[in-house]
Design a protein around this ligand. Structure first.
Ligand code: E4P
Ligand code: PEP
Length: 359
């Protein structure tokens, strides 16, 4: 028998339904309250009603849930200590968009070995999310797969659409239905317009293909997400973290109909993925925070150990604990120093009248 179907598909593996996974690993009432409260706080920071600085900080990617939780347990008390000046949201990124292939994150391949046990990946990810929330930390994720948010997004307080997908209609539609504020990163070339367009499309209600709570393929209709905003991550054209870049992006966004403040990513093309440089950039941002009233938040890539390590068949069994297998990260000690510096800068910006009247 000849067929024209699925000639290049080797298998289909049925996933548990989102509802079943949530029932297995539910959010406690306290954690639901934390998620809803922190989503509102992020929105208030974006609008300028809350004059603290949002800091999205944590590993480039989670490859070892034990180390990620260890990190959360260090971050949580510091976040609480600095909470008058900072809203700290932990990066708990499970889905990695790769430039040229490679490991695509814990959900896609929790064994880090190409075995792609996605069901285990979803379960491990959700368990870690509930553990991090139990520490009192709100969570940030990048959303990459169109169906995976149904399994995890109820635990997330800030979402990102990355530089490689900011132009993607699929991701813009997805963001239109997400329950949390979503930042669109500028494109890989540094182009801001694709992120502005992404925010605008996601602000409108959309109708698209997705999955419902039972996992069935469904037509999804959304209201639109009014809390979309721009994230400056640098690009091939160079870095874009200066107060001038922030003011320019805020003005362009406002003219286009996105009246929110801006998040700056100190990593990626703003630091050339060099963690030492990332600390310099973050420090510059802190020092000039008062000159950037439209700056709502800063993103840092940080883990327990500084730098990064290659993930290979040989290294898999002897990976350095707490060190990134994707982008180079700040180590914990530098991170703690930087968070204190950002908190001090946020406190002193509050005293500068123009900061309060940013929007
Ligand atoms: O933050 C993550 C990385 O920059 C992104 O996934 C791309 O990584 P790659 O260029 O190593 O593939
Ligand atoms: C992939 C990421 O960033 P970008 O989209 O800016 O490359 C990230 O933040 O993990």
């Amino acid at each position: 028998m000849t067929t024209t179907r699925n000639q290049r598909v080797t298998s289909f593996t049925t996933l548990p339904s989102p509802a079943a996974l949530r029932d297995e690993l539910p959010l406690s009432e306290a954690n639901e309250e934390l998620v809803n409260r922190s989503r509102a706080e992020v929105e208030h920071i974006l609008s300028g009603e809350d004059d603290r600085l949002l800091v999205v900080v944590g590993p480039c990617s989670v490859h070892d849930p034990v180390a990620a939780l260890d990190y959360a347990r260090r971050l949580a008390p510091l976040a609480a200590e600095l909470s008058d000046d900072l809203l700290v949201v932990m990066r708990v990124y499970f889905e990695k968009p790769r430039s040229n292939g490679g490991w695509k994150g814990l959900i896609n391949d929790p064994g880090l070995d190409g075995s792609h046990d996605v069901v285990r990946g979803l379960r491990t990810a959700r368990r870690l999310l509930t553990d991090v929330l139990d520490e009192g930390l709100p969570i940030a994720c990048e959303f990459l797969e169109p169906v995976s948010p149904q399994y995890i997004a109820d635990a997330v307080s800030w979402g990102a659409i990355g530089a490689r997908t900011t132009e993607s209609q699929v991701h813009r539609q997805l963001a239109s239905g997400l329950s949390m504020p979503v930042g669109f990163k500028n494109g890989m070339d540094g182009d801001l317009q694709s992120a502005i367009d992404g925010c605008l499309v996601a602000r409108r209600g959309q109708v698209f293909f997705g999955a419902d709570d039972s996992g069935a393929a469904a037509v999804v209709a959304t209201t639109g997400n009014p809390a979309t905003h721009l994230v400056l991550r640098g690009g091939k054209s160079g870095p874009n973290y200066s107060p001038e870049h922030v003011a320019d992006a805020a003005a362009k966004g406002e003219r286009a109909g996105i009246p929110t403040r801006i998040v700056v990513d100190a990593s990626h093309a703003n630091s050339n993925k060099d963690h030492v440089r990332q600390a310099v950039v973050a420090r510059e941002i802190a020092q000039r925070l008062a000159d950037a009233p439209a700056l709502a938040g800063v993103m840092l890539e940080s883990f327990l150990e500084p730098g990064r390590q290659e993930l290979t068949d040989e290294s898999r069994e002897r990976l350095v604990y707490g060190q990134s297998v994707t982008d180079a990260c700040l180590g914990w000690d530098d991170t703690a120093d930087l968070l204190r510096e950002l908190a001090a800068a946020s406190r002193s910006r509050r005293r500068v009248p123009s900061a309060a009247s940013a929007r």
